[in-house]
Design a protein around this ligand. Structure first.
Ligand code: ZN
Length: 75
C-alpha cells in the first residue's frame, strides 16, 4: 500500500482568508499534477496532485486547495 497524500482542503472561493495574515484576497493559479510550487526550486515531483495554488496578495504565503469542483476519485 502506498500512503495516500493529505487530501487538499476544498477551494475556499475568491474571498478567502490567508492562514498566516488573515488578508482576504489571494491569487489562484492552476497547477498540473507534479508541478512544483511557484518560486520553488524543487524539481517536478509526482507527489504533487493537480490542484489550485493560492497565494496571499499581501504576505505571499502559498497554500494548496482542491480543484473546483473537486475531482476526488477521478483518474
Ligand atoms: Zn497572508
Amino acid at each position: 500500500m502506498t500512503p495516500s497524500p493529505e487530501p487538499l482542503p476544498p477551494f475556499s472561493g475568491n474571498e478567502t482568508a490567508c492562514p498566516k495574515c488573515s488578508y482576504d484576497q489571494a491569487y489562484t493559479e492552476h497547477k498540473v499534477k507534479a508541478e512544483p510550487r511557484t518560486d520553488s526550486e524543487l524539481p517536478w515531483n509526482s507527489d504533487f496532485p493537480e490542484r489550485l495554488e493560492r497565494r496571499c496578495a499581501r504576505c505571499d504565503f502559498i497554500w494548496d486547495e482542491a480543484l473546483n469542483p473537486p475531482t476526488q476519485g477521478g483518474a
